[in-house]
Design a protein around this ligand. Structure first.
Ligand code: UDP
Length: 254
């Protein structure tokens, strides 16, 4: 028996070599971190929920022609993905003021923004992922001006899709973070959505009660993280019930 090759281990996921060239296996861990890993806990079952929720979101994006790295889910904790050259940026889209935007600009949490706002953060744990301007990104060659235009367009499409998807199940999409990678089609490069999209990387508030259904539950000790993520999965119709059947969620109208 040969052992599969570990390619990268991050805070919440592990990447292994995939079965074919150009593929990787993405494994979802139960580790939860906040404040640049100052706060850490192992939350039983989080990886399973994020694997499912991210699968659901990425499938939806692929289905409307937004390219992602997702190929298929393999099992409870793993999915097969396309390997790509990661852009060292976190791309944040915001619809409602919260988190670091509220703190930085003194805007009350919960205030709807005049339009979606896209921000870039440089992925560097040692620096605490600082916010950067387009000038920094192009000057230091992290991405080109064309890439930036494509990333903004990609983030806005993801935002429209996710906002509608969550609104349909009574959840307000406050903000979220995506990461993107490059793939090559011959001489042409394309940017695709990579990493994960889950309650770890989104702010999700119940539309009626305002209850938080995302990682802020862990960051701010607001209750049980698994209950919150399970509720998101249940509303999206991706929670298997005790008999293993998936409880029906909203249906796409053709
Ligand atoms: N986010 C993330 N990973 C990070 C930083 C932020 O997934 O390393 C997400 C976060 O969950 C939220 C959005 O990006 O949905 C905006 O986060 P913000 O800048 O407000 O930072 P925070 O308040 O989380 O420090």
């Amino acid at each position: 028996m040969s052992r599969r090759r570990l390619v990268y281990e991050g805070k919440a996921k592990i990447l292994y070599e995939g079965p074919e060239p150009g593929t990787l296996i993405q494994y979802f861990k139960d580790d939860a971190t906040a404040n640049n890993a100052e706060k850490h806990a192992v939350v039983d079952g989080k990886g399973v929920l994020n694997n499912r929720i991210s699968e659901h979101v990425m499938n939806g994006l692929n289905g409307i022609g937004v390219p992602t790295h997702f190929i298929r889910r393999l099992n409870m904790r793993e999915q097969l993905i396309r390997s790509c050259e990661m852009i060292p940026l976190e791309i944040v889209a915001r619809n409602v003021a919260a988190g670091s935007l509220s703190k930085r600009l003194g805007i009350d949490e919960g205030e709807t923004l005049p339009r979606p706002i896209i921000e870039f953060y440089y992925k560097d744990d040692a620096l605490g992922d600082p916010m950067v301007a387009e000038e920094h990104i192009t000057a230091f060659n992290w991405a080109s001006q064309q890439d930036l235009d494509d990333l903004v367009a990609l983030a806005l499409r993801v935002n429209d899709f996710l906002s509608g998807m969550f609104m349909g199940v009574g959840i307000r999409l406050v903000d979220f973070k995506i990461e993107a990678g490059r793939i090559w089609d011959g001489d042409f490069q394309r940017l695709i959505v990579a990493d994960e999209i889950s309650p770890d990387s989104c702010r999700l508030w119940d539309m009626k009660s305002g209850e938080k259904l995302d990682k802020d539950v862990f960051r701010k000790d607001l209750g049980n993280l698994i209950d919150a993520y399970t509720e998101v999965a249940r509303r999206l119709g991706i929670m298997p019930d005790a008999s293993g059947n998936v409880v029906a969620g909203p249906k796409l109208v053709h």
